[in-house]
Write a protein that binds this ligand. Structure first.
Ligand SMILES: Cc1ncc(COP(=O)(O)O)c(C=O)c1O
Length: 377
């Protein structure tokens, strides 16, 4: 796969390239590096699977067959060392729809739901739009390295019914270790809280191994894991995902809510899941090498440059860049004016202020052009 190839995405109603931030006086040729989708074409197996299904020419109601469940279970076994019981898998239309379904099903209006900012902002939206209360258990930061604050978590649990965990964590790039997950699980168990574990970035772990919340067996009676091949294979527009729920009562309740909203994945999402999970590994390994090279380029070009700090992430294809000592008053706007659209750290929580998130899943040529603009700025 040639990840250097620059594909013109403009004019495809693309969220990343066909929208602009609401800020005046920014260049027309803005380089967007905000939303977390990649500028790379999906692997050939995706195209082949869709074309094959298209040739059938009938697109009636369908259901996920046994091969779908098997492909998910096989992927989890070979990539993360966990053999899933196929009955635990509930197909859905995406991780965020799954998150909303879990919040609606297992908490009531005005209940508290804990998140760990700075964190992927739709978590907050899902909680608030469903009229639940956000409870913040801020992560602790030291030299750009983030850890969970379990003492604070212990204080907050009495106001909450559930915790939404981001594992691996977007935007801080942590891949939580077994001991950290165990510590969190102990607090959850003592206080009888549900854990909703968003594991969509599981395939992008670069140091150590991905540890799913499913590895913590004591969590199995209070756990909803959500994931999808969308991030991994750059197919989020296909709308696709699944929940993994070991506990039968929790699973049945989740199933009922999924059915109540008729949240069935479409035909293409099912054939694509099977295709990438059975034939996509080689492409993924090449992609990960490319992303590591891009991390190194960003580190080399801007870490230490005028007080900017950036740390090699353990996971995700996103870099969380610290501008707090750069002397810039508003780095988000200043960098926009130089022609690079990064994600404003504030969107991830008040403790994201002074940071910007950069999506490095883009051809090197474009990445270098963006870094030059930032340096010149
Ligand atoms: C942590 C996290 N969860 C969920 C999503 C989106 O999931 P979906 O498109 O399947 O709803 C993203 C996308 O960036 C993400 O970073």
């Amino acid at each position: 796969m040639n990840f250097d190839r620059l594909v013109d995405r403009k004019g495809s109603n693309c969220h990343k390239w066909d929208t602009r931030p609401d800020v005046k006086d920014i260049p027309d040729d803005l380089i967007p590096m905000w939303v977390a989708d990649m500028d790379f074409e999906a692997p050939e197996v995706v195209i082949d699977a869709i074309v094959e299904r298209l040739k059938h020419k009938i697109f009636g109601y369908t259901f996920p067959g046994h091969s779908y469940f098997k492909s998910v279970a096989d992927w989890w076994e070979k990539r993360y060392g966990i053999r899933l019981n196929e009955e635990w898998i509930v197909p859905i239309t995406g991780v965020i729809p799954g998150l909303a379904t879990a919040v609606e099903s297992f908490t009531s209006v005005n209940d508290g739901v804990i998140i760990q900012p700075p964190v992927y902002w739709p978590f907050r939206d899902v909680i608030e739009l469903n009229r639940r209360a956000v409870i913040e258990n801020n992560l602790l930061e030291e030299n750009g390295y983030y850890t969970m604050d379990l003492d604070d978590l212990e204080k907050k649990v009495k106001f909450a019914k559930a915790l939404i965990l981001c594992n691996p964590h977007n935007p801080v790039g942590r891949a939580w270790r077994y001991e950290e997950l165990s510590g969190m699980a102990n607090v959850m168990q003592r206080s009888d809280l549900l854990v909703i574990s968003d594991e969509i970035h599981a395939d992008f772990v670069f140091s150590g191994k991905f540890v799913s919340s499913l590895k913590i067996e004591s969590l199995h009676d209070r756990l909803v894991v959500l994931s999808s091949p969308n991030k991994t294979f750059n197919i989020p527009g296909i709308r696709n995902g699944y929940a993994i729920i070991p506990n039968e009562d929790i699973r049945q309740k989740f199933w009922r809510a999924v059915h109540a909203h008729s949240m069935r994945p479409n035909i293409f999402s099912m054939v694509v899941t099977e295709a990438v999970y059975s034939q996509g590994e080689k492409w993924l390994e090449e992609l990960k090498e490319y992303i590591v090279e891009n991390f190194k380029i960003v580190e080399r070009e801007i870490n230490g440059f005028k007080g900017i700090k950036v740390r090699f992430p353990e996971a995700t294809f996103l870099m969380w860049i610290d501008f707090r000592n750069s002397g810039m008053k508003n780095p988000y706007v200043d960098i926009l004016k130089k022609g690079v659209w990064l994600q404003d750290g504030k969107a991830f929580g008040t403790n994201g202020e002074g940071f910007l998130r950069m999506n490095v899943a883009t051809p090197k040529k474009l990445l270098l052009k963006a870094l030059r603009r930032i340096q010149e700025g």
